[in-house]
Design a protein around this ligand. Structure first.
Ligand SMILES: NC(=O)c1ccc[n+]([C@@H]2O[C@H](COP(=O)([O-])OP(=O)(O)OC[C@H]3O[C@@H](n4cnc5c(N)ncnc54)[C@H](OP(=O)(O)O)[C@@H]3O)[C@@H](O)[C@H]2O)c1
Length: 485
């Protein structure tokens, strides 16, 4: 016989959030908040001899009370039941109505069960922040994502708590710390986004430490009894084509590939921690898939980045303005007049998420830049406007010991931080004058090809000179640099 049964229950917070997100995406519009207290009404076919049992089962099904419109019999759909003897009493016909949208519960259950869980290792870096923001967007491919954000130090105040479901700090170089902090989530994580980096004096040492960090994390997640880990996203960069430019013993021997750099170039005959990390990922194949993202100079916002070109330039401009010094270009005429490219952290994040959920992109390496080029001269003009300092034309005749001068400016930055009430930083920690100086002295155009990425279906791009303005505003909003000028 058919009977109508209903029950009242409370939906767990995490399921409620996912239901709400599911409904928003399904309907494409804002929906009323869901009540955690829910009522289910459904039509159940109950064999006469099991009628009593059927009434008990009803307590297992949940629908928000105020949103139930018209429970009715609908297409067949399977239910997860808690015991075999109960199953025989359940009708396969029912439909759930939520906020005037009627949805298939089996579809929702499927989405909830298989929704992806990201672990961003390096969430406080420029690439990491961009990723957390992108994964938490309602429109994120493959979403809704649960996001764990991890870094070595505790959470900085400028990183909004809402960007991650949980912030975890652990030292990936320390096996025990990694085990202890990641074990609790090791049966949950489906995707690792690797945007961490440690820098040492030699490239050999970079290979050792960065490989150890990635290996420690993957071991914990892969060895978990019910590991769901399926994909690793690896962020690297154009040093793949340039070689270990920051290793003083090797730098003079390097002859970079001809630009535009393309993914199929053979490796250079020098140690490179990017090669080591790629090889590590390949060693997990086919049980894990991976994607590699080779960025140009990253443009984003963080006070925890080792190489932060934009923040370095912002510090330099702020100091020039504060002291009334000319904001001179410290590079060469070649870089002033020739092309360079950059990678907006938002484009990087988009490409990484796309590759993590696209079958065609699996086990591939992609360059990732904004897709345009700029000259440092045009970049400098924009900086002058943003920081309200005079534009000084490049002068070949003038000798300018930029690195020497900036070494002395730590106390000036301290004064600016103090006076403007900025987030506490030390100039030496947030700037990379030496690395940027090297870039501004390149004798080649630092430009990557984006053809492969487009051919595989990723079309994200950004206008670099607009990106600069946007990210400077973000650094100001984060109170890392002064608001005015
Ligand atoms: N920055 C660029 O312009 C640029 C350009 C091309 C390629 N890349 C590449 O992009 C990748 C990411 O770079 P990024 O600049 O975004 O990095 P980043 O801003 O310097 O951030 C590094 C992140 O890694 C975390 N981390 C470092 N050591 C860790 C450890 N032992 N355990 C856990 N977390 C640790 C840091 O946390 P803590 O601060 O708490 O240590 C931080 O969140 C790197 O491979 C880099 O070479 C960067």
């Amino acid at each position: 016989m058919m009977i109508s049964v209903s029950a009242i229950e409370r939906i767990p917070e995490n399921i409620l959030a996912r239901l709400a997100s599911f409904m928003r995406r399904k309907s494409g519009k804002r929906t009323r908040p869901l009540s955690p207290v829910v009522q289910v009404t459904r039509t159940v076919a109950v064999p006469v001899q099991e009628e009593q049992q059927g009434a008990t089962i009803a307590a297992d099904i949940v629908v928000p009370t105020q949103t139930v419109v018209a429970p009715t019999v609908a297409a067949p759909i399977s239910l997860r039941r808690s015991s075999r003897d109960r199953r025989s009493a359940i009708s396969s016909d029912y439909e759930v109505y939520l906020n005037e949208e009627h949805l298939s519960l089996s579809h929702m259950e499927h989405e909830i069960q298989y929704s992806p869980v990201a672990l961003i290792v390096g969430v406080t870096g420029m690439a990491g922040l961009g990723l957390a923001e992108a994964l938490k967007k309602e429109t994120a491919l493959g979403g809704p994502w649960k996001v764990y954000g991890a870094a070595r130090r505790s959470k900085p105040s400028w990183l909004p708590s809402s960007l991650v479901d949980r912030y975890i700090y652990f030292d990936a170089l320390n096996i025990h710390d990694t085990q202890e902090k990641l074990s609790p989530i090791s049966n949950e994580v489906t995707h690792v986004f690797w945007v961490a980096i440690q820098v040492r004096d030699t490239e050999e040492a970079n290979v050792t430490v960065n490989s150890a960090m990635l290996s420690n994390v993957l071991n914990v997640l892969k060895m978990a009894p019910a590991s769901r880990l399926s994909h690793i996203t690896l962020q690297t960069g154009t040093k793949h084509y340039l070689g270990p430019i920051f290793d003083s013993a090797l730098a003079s021997q390097l002859v970079p590939r001809d630009p535009p750099f393309s993914e199929d170039s053979p490796r250079l005959p020098f140690p490179n921690f990017y090669y080591a990390l790629e090889d590590l990922l390949k060693s997990y194949s086919p049980s894990l898939t991976y994607s590699v993202h080779r960025s140009s100079i990253i443009i984003g916002a963080s006070s925890r980045s080792i190489y932060n070109t934009l923040l370095t330039l912002a510090v330099y401009a702020s100091i020039c303005k504060y002291e009334g010094l000319p904001f001179k270009y410290p590079g060469t005429r070649y870089t002033w007049e020739h092309f360079c490219d950059m990678s907006d952290a938002r484009v990087l994040a988009e490409q990484q998420i796309w590759a993590s959920v696209s079958d065609t992109a699996k086990n591939q390496a992609f360059n990732c830049t904004n897709g345009d080029v700029f000259t440092w001269k045009s970049f400098w003009m924009v900086l002058c406007e943003i920081f309200d300092v005079d534009f000084v034309p490049f002068d070949d005749a003038e000798e300018f010991d930029w690195l020497g001068e900036m070494k002395e400016k730590g106390r000036v930055w301290d004064a600016i931080v103090e006076e403007k009430g900025l987030y506490k930083t030390k100039m030496e920690e947030i700037s990379c004058f030496a690395a940027l100086n090297m870039v501004l002295h390149f004798e080649f155009q630092h430009v990557c090809s984006m053809n492969k990425s487009r051919e595989f279906g990723f079309f994200g791009h950004a206008d670099t000179l607009k990106s600069v303005r946007m990210w400077v505003e973000r650094l100001r909003d984060m109170n890392i640099i002064p608001k005015e000028g």
